[in-house]
Design a protein around this ligand. Sequence first.
Ligand SMILES: C[S@@+](CC[C@H](N)C(=O)[O-])C[C@H]1O[C@@H](n2cnc3c(N)ncnc32)[C@H](O)[C@@H]1O
Length: 272
Amino acid sequence: MVKIKRDEFMRLVTYMRDNYGINLEQKLTLVEGRLWSVMEKKGFKTLDEYISYIQNDRTGEELDTLLTRLTTNYSYFNREDNHYKFLVGTVLPELTARLKEKDLRIWSAGCSTGEEAYTTAMYLDDYFGYHKKEWDTRILATDISPNVLKLAGEAEYPEDRLKYLSPLWKQKYFTRAHGDIFRVNDNIRKEVIFRSFNLMETVLPFRKKFHVIFCRNVMIYFTKDTRDALVERYYDALDPGGYLFIGLSETVNKTDTRFTFIQPSIYRKGPK
Ligand SMILES: C[S@@+](CC[C@H](N)C(=O)[O-])C[C@H]1O[C@@H](n2cnc3c(N)ncnc32)[C@H](O)[C@@H]1O
């Protein structure tokens, strides 16, 4: 196993923090564990050599590998389902009453392999039922890692990732592809648009404001300053009355934010 020198490690820490907001400062062992096999396989003796290679690799392929190795992509369907209950019980009734154009815009930021966005699409399908076709409810789902986006687009998952869905939804929204692999049905797949986007970009390239943003279990890896700044960008990207959902183990700096705290991990642009 490669041993990484402190100064080389700090070069990687700075690179990941400045470009992707990801804070690896306390994660030396994790980095060694996740990078050694790829460095060894490709013949890099030091981390310095590897970082220089990545920075000069015009194809961007090695950067994809690095991001895949150093980000945590763990996700599953119906994760933190109290958020979906709040979406269905409070947010959707509120929005459907006031959105006259029937254009509901949701962003899954840091979507990983797509479970969050597809789960949201299932809740929307279930909520709108027969009236679904009157609405444009397509969901934008973004991530920095091309590898997870590719998997998200393929929409095939081991059965284990579906274990928090009811048997009825499993049957209604999936088809068994082979073995224990389930594929999300096309009516749900077509509701999600996957794009590559780095949340460190200070200008958000979206023409219209969102009504709901999910950014769950993403900011946990960011430094406090990055997190605070991103939350304020989300505020600007939301329509008045819009909602931000973050991971249950994450927090927003309540004293500095313009958001109104609704309940742990749920915030609103505007009064309660
Ligand atoms: C643990 S997953 C969260 C997936 C999903 N939101 C959930 O809660 O299940 C975190 C995702 O954030 C993505 N991510 C990390 N830093 C990012 C950045 N700077 N820009 C965009 N996505 C980022 C990672 O690639 C990873 O797929």
